[in-house]
Design a protein around this ligand. Structure first.
Ligand SMILES: [Zn+2]
Length: 438
């Protein structure tokens, strides 16, 4: 080998080392660049962690890589050196709200629109802007929704988390039921969703042999079944068949001891969706909240103009179903209180997402309606955080502010325990410790 060839070989080796070093240095630099944001300490707020513990004054929440490292009184939590400090003095922190029954991605104004990734992104941002940091979509979910769910386990997330049911199943035979459940399981949906309802006597109701097959096949596939229903007798039927989540209030009759016992035996949750009822009749006139800046900030102005049209309002006023659902709201409200008093677990949910069911704002109103029904602010908050997470099997990572869970929380300017309406007084919303741009 000639000296010149040695020189070439040495130069090649040197170059490779240089490249390797620059890659390594780049990686180190990147790590370093992220370091100041990676650990955050939120200080000074009164923090309700979503557990049975009382709120803690002057608390510190330490967040690293999007997750809670520690939370507690300032004198009991060590802030790591180099952590970014964010003062929340004078504020009230609650875990991010969880809507256990919403819908995402479909709506365009007053129409059922074209499902799209853009609509999914829009909806998840809207929910988060109102403090709803997780939404469990109970049906009509398509690929973009699944993709959003699959992309959200990241410390950089700054929109609401999404869980999906895929299509609402409407099989005509038990065989078809099992086949459809297999398909939804194959999609890796988070739950199976069916409707057992005749829409106030106007449509055929799914018969027991069909929902039994759906529920049985779901369980064989290690999945849960959420059921849309209206009638007390159907609640008993689906619970007897093994239903795992009751997606609406019983609205025809007062819940009785038998159904309460069935719910409690397997800790099956009820999702009241009181705002769903409200949406069926409230546009018979222009709601007062149409002039609330908190509402109008994210509501589509054209949709509001349409809902203010006198002819449309007159039509709703004269709608038999609207007036029937108005009565159903009263029944539902009484049932929420009775179920809660009986120890049935309640999961806050609204059925927002379809036209004129406004995401985000309606969840705050739902919480107010739960309080109006007789629940205490603490019960409402628990149903909207920890219990909603438990009911949808999300509680290993969501629902409370405890170490290792995602740092999703709402910063309020006033105490929600004093008045649940203070959940409207949102200072900031954080998802994975990242401030939501609202
Ligand atoms: Zn729904």
């Amino acid at each position: 080998m000639t000296p010149s060839r040695w020189t070439i070989v040495l130069r090649m080796i040197r170059n490779r080392i240089a490249i390797a070093c620059s890659v390594l240095l780049g990686a180190l630099t990147l790590t370093h660049a992220q370091a100041p944001g990676a650990t955050k300490a939120f200080t000074g707020a009164r923090v309700f962690d979503g557990t049975d513990r009382a709120p803690v004054d002057n608390a510190t929440i330490v967040v690293r890589d999007g997750r809670v490292v520690a939370v507690g009184a300032a004198d009991r939590v060590t802030v790591p050196a180099g952590a970014e400090r964010i003062s929340l003095a004078g504020k009230h922190v609650v875990p991010g709200l969880i809507n256990a029954h919403g819908h995402v991605g479909n709506t365009a104004g007053l129409q059922q629109g074209q499902y799209s990734a853009a609509n999914v992104a829009r909806d998840l941002h809207t929910y988060a802007a109102y403090g709803v940091t997780t939404v469990f979509s109970l049906g009509d979910d398509q690929q973009a929704g699944f993709a959003a769910r699959d992309a959200q386990r990241t410390p950089t997330l700054d929109r609401a988390r999404l869980f999906v049911a895929g299509p609402v199943l409407a099989p005509k035979t038990p065989d078809e039921a099992r086949k459809q459940v297999d398909e939804v399981a194959g999609m890796k949906a988070d739950i199976v969703k069916i409707r057992v309802d005749d829409n106030l006597g106007t449509t055929a109701k799914m018969p027991p042999e069909i929902y039994k097959a759906v529920i049985d096949e779901s369980h064989k596939k290690n999945m849960r079944t959420a059921v849309h229903l209206f009638y007390l007798e159907d609640a008993k039927g689906v619970l007897d068949a093994g239903a795992d989540f009751i997606a609406h209030s019983v609205r025809d009759k007062e819940v009785d001891d038998a159904v309460i016992a069935m719910l409690k035996r397997r800790d099956v949750c009820v999702c009241p969706t009181l705002m769903r009822e409200v949406s069926t009749f409230v546009y018979e006139s222009t709601p007062a909240w149409f002039s609330d800046p908190l509402f109008t900030k994210y509501a589509d102005a054209k949709t509001l103009d349409q809902l203010k049209e006198p002819a449309r309002q007159e039509q709703m006023k004269n709608s038999k179903s609207a007036q029937r659902y108005k009565v159903a709201l009263d029944v539902a409200s009484r049932n929420v209180k009775k179920l809660s008093d009986s120890g049935v677990r309640i999961a806050m949910g609204t059925d927002t997402g379809p036209p004129a069911r406004f995401q985000g704002y309606f969840e705050l109103m739902e919480m107010e309606l739960m309080a109006k029904a007789g629940l205490t602010p603490k019960q409402v908050l628990i149903a909207s955080t920890r219990d909603a997470a438990r009911c949808q099997k999300l509680d290993s990572e969501l629902g409370t502010l405890e170490s290792n869970k995602w740092a999703d929380f709402v910063v309020l300017d006033a105490d929600p325990f004093a008045n649940i309406s203070n959940v409207r007084k949102i200072a900031d919303v954080y998802v994975a410790g990242n401030k939501v741009n609202r």
